[in-house]
Design a protein around this ligand. Structure first.
Ligand code: UD1
Ligand code: UDP
Length: 373
């Protein structure tokens, strides 16, 4: 039986977030929850990301309520960071006794939230379930697999994600293809970014004349030879095309540790908020990245993308021709590829593979329905 939200009184959700992409994803659902008088949300921020431009700015710009608690865990080794989160989240869950714990994506904050809840027999709902790179060396892959196997409700963003969960033997009645919650956010924010962001003017950038880049993934930054190939490849590409690089703090730190530096031709800026990022992306001629989120946002905004990784969880974009994969091993290959990112030949009516922009409504509807069973 499908119950409507009116039939359910006071559904309570604890949302666990901690890293930049989770603030973006949670903004869609948390804003919707705020508009529902019969749904209570308690937001736990683990403090995994803590610089203002990696955290607080996203709450302000995306209109998310301030977290009810910030655990302030900050940067640590994986076990230490995840363990401290687990312990602290557990205390809050014991106090809150929610109907659901809602987690997003694949970070250590995701894993800690899912693990703390499942140990207390509190149902876990995972947004962005079923994504797989099939590379267990990625910390995110371990987090995703474990989180999905602890989850009572798996919100998959794509058909491929549903199939991954089916192959892993997850109960299909707990897997729902709701589309991608980042698409909701991209649709909502695009117009606002165009009006409110002055990042192009501030940096003297003209539409369509520059390539935007982001690099932060552990496998690209912790490994000196890969980071060196990227740093040198990007520097060489910048001899021919203008490159704007909002530099993730991890990458800045690893470059310092490895004694690597980018050419002064590369326009390095601090990480930007979501409005500035959207504005930079929409006006870029192309983007290179190793981010999960940016690969999809490039597609949402019609910007061709080069992904500096060995594999991607978002394979449908590669099949579509919108995204090209390049393992970042040789600097000359990287420079050449950045200089020649092409818009794919395709019809105007792009196939919509990430839902209809109503993913957050579907998520909330299912949380209400399932809690009422
Ligand atoms: C984390 C996630 C990754 C996600 C990324 C989004 C894990 C295992 N990794 O990676 O999946 O794609 O967030 O950006 O959960 N730092 C700061 N200030 C901050 C945050 C981080 O200076 O506010 C620096 C510190 O030097 C820190 C490093 O960045 O050691 C890495 O931070 P961490 O949260 O461990 O991992 P990310 O690389 O950000
Ligand atoms: N982003 C941002 N400012 C930046 C870089 C990225 O707002 O300087 C946004 C980006 O548009 C996307 C999200 O952060 O919405 C992706 O986060 P990140 O690349 O850190 O993580 P991933 O998606 O790889 O997990």
């Amino acid at each position: 039986m499908k119950l409507t939200s009116e039939k359910i009184k006071n559904l309570s959700i604890v949302t666990v977030v901690g890293a930049r992409p989770q603030f973006v994803k949670a903004s869609a659902v948390s804003r919707l929850i705020d508009s529902k008088p019969n749904v209570d949300e308690f937001i736990i921020h683990t403090g995994q990301h803590y610089d203002h431009n990696m955290s607080g700015l996203f709450f302000e710009e995306l209109g998310i309520r301030k977290p009810d608690v910030n655990l302030g865990i900050e940067s640590k080794r994986h076990g230490d960071q995840t363990g401290r989160m687990l312990s602290a989240i557990e205390c809050h869950l014991i106090d809150q006794k929610p109907d659901w714990v809602l987690v997003y994506g694949d970070t250590n904050s995701t894993l800690a939230g899912a693990l703390a809840a499942s140990k207390l027999n509190i149902p876990v709902a995972h947004v962005e379930a079923g994504l797989r790179s099939f590379n267990r060396k990625m910390p995110e892959e371990v987090n995703r697999v474990v989180t999905d196997h602890l989850s009572d409700l798996m919100f998959a963003p794509t058909i491929a994600a549903v199939e991954n969960l089916r192959r892993e033997g997850r109960a299909m009645e707990h897997v729902i293809n709701v589309g991608d919650v980042m698409y909701d956010v991209a649709l909502r924010v695009a117009g606002k970014a165009a009006h409110q962001s002055d990042i192009l003017t501030l940096n003297n950038l003209r539409r369509g004349t520059y390539v935007l880049g982001t690099v932060h993934r552990a496998e690209n930054t912790d490994d000196r030879s890969r980071l060196e190939a990227i740093v040198n490849g990007v520097s060489k590409a910048a001899e021919h095309v203008e490159i704007v690089l909002p530099l993730h703090p991890r990458t800045r730190e690893r470059m310092r540790q490895h004694g690597l530096s980018l050419s002064s031709n590369v326009r390095i800026i601090d990480p930007v908020g979501y409005l500035d990022m959207t504005s930079l992306l929409i006006s870029a001629s192309s983007v290179f990245t190793d981010s999960g989120g940016v690969q999809k946002e490039a597609y949402f905004h019609g910007v061709p993308c080069l992904t500096l990784r060995d594999e991607t969880e978002w394979g449908e974009l590669v099949s579509l021709g919108w995204n090209t994969l390049l393992p970042p091993v040789h600097e000359d290959e990287i420079a050449e590829a950045i200089g020649s990112i092409k818009r794919p030949q395709m019809s105007d009516s792009k196939p919509l593979v990430y839902g209809n922009g109503n993913t957050s409504s579907l998520i909330l509807e299912h949380l209400m329905t399932m809690a009422a069973r």
